[in-house]
Design a protein around this ligand. Structure first.
Ligand code: AMP
Length: 192
């Protein structure tokens, strides 16, 4: 099973991604987490992306595409994966298409978590207090929202046109959202 999960920053993608991935026994691969791990470990990559992440901008496609291609090539991803936070613009959609073409694989579904923007800004500010993420201050959050609206949200139409989009209300309790995702996904996959 090969899945994407999309949604505005703070939509709860990471939490849901882990749960859905566990259910389908596939790795959840989050580009944001990969970058954050590199930041925390002070790697060369971490140093390179820190300022970009702190500003709420997107890391270059060159860096991001290479990281994803490399990660998808690892053994645990041979039979499926759930990508969280990638692709984030049209260029990355094409880069992912190339990886899929090379491996003769396809995406099974694209999950879209629908949320209310004001509510997620509040959610992110709360997370900032708890997790202390350096890209969770208000200015960065607002910028991440803008970058999402300008660059990433249009991808939903791309995947809708491909008949892959599965939309789920992301505003409820975490367990309820997980249940709604699983139900919507199982229904969608049964249609094929
Ligand atoms: P996330 O945890 O998915 O919200 O990602 C946190 C930050 O990592 C983003 O604000 C970007 O700076 C960077 N990032 C994550 N995924 C990507 C991507 N696909 N392309 C470019 N930058 C990304």
């Amino acid at each position: 099973m090969r899945l994407l999960i999309m949604g505005a920053p703070g939509a709860g993608k990471g939490t849901q991604a882990s749960r859905i991935a566990a259910r389908y026994d596939i790795p959840a691969i989050s580009t944001g987490s990969i970058f954050r791990d590199n930041l925390a470990n002070g790697t060369e990559l971490g140093l390179k992306v820190k300022a970009i992440m702190d500003a709420g901008e997107l890391v270059s496609d060159e860096i991001t595409d290479a990281i994803v291609a490399d990660r998808l090539d690892q053994d645990d991803a041979a039979h499926g994966w759930l990508l969280d936070g990638y692709p984030r613009n049209l260029h990355q959609v094409s880069a992912l298409d190339e990886v899929l073409d090379e491996t003769g694989t396809t995406i099974d579904a694209v999950l879209s978590l629908l949320v209310d923007e004001d509510a997620v800004v509040e959610r992110l500010l709360k997370r900032a207090e708890i997790e202390g993420r350096s890209d969770d201050n208000e200015a960065t959050i607002r910028n991440r929202m803008q970058v999402y609206a300008a660059e990433t949200e249009p991808l939903l139409e791309t995947y809708r046109d491909r008949g892959l989009l599965v939309e789920v209300d992301g505003m409820g309790q975490v367990d309820d959202v997980t249940e709604a995702i699983v139900e919507a996904l199982d229904d969608f996959l049964a249609e094929d």
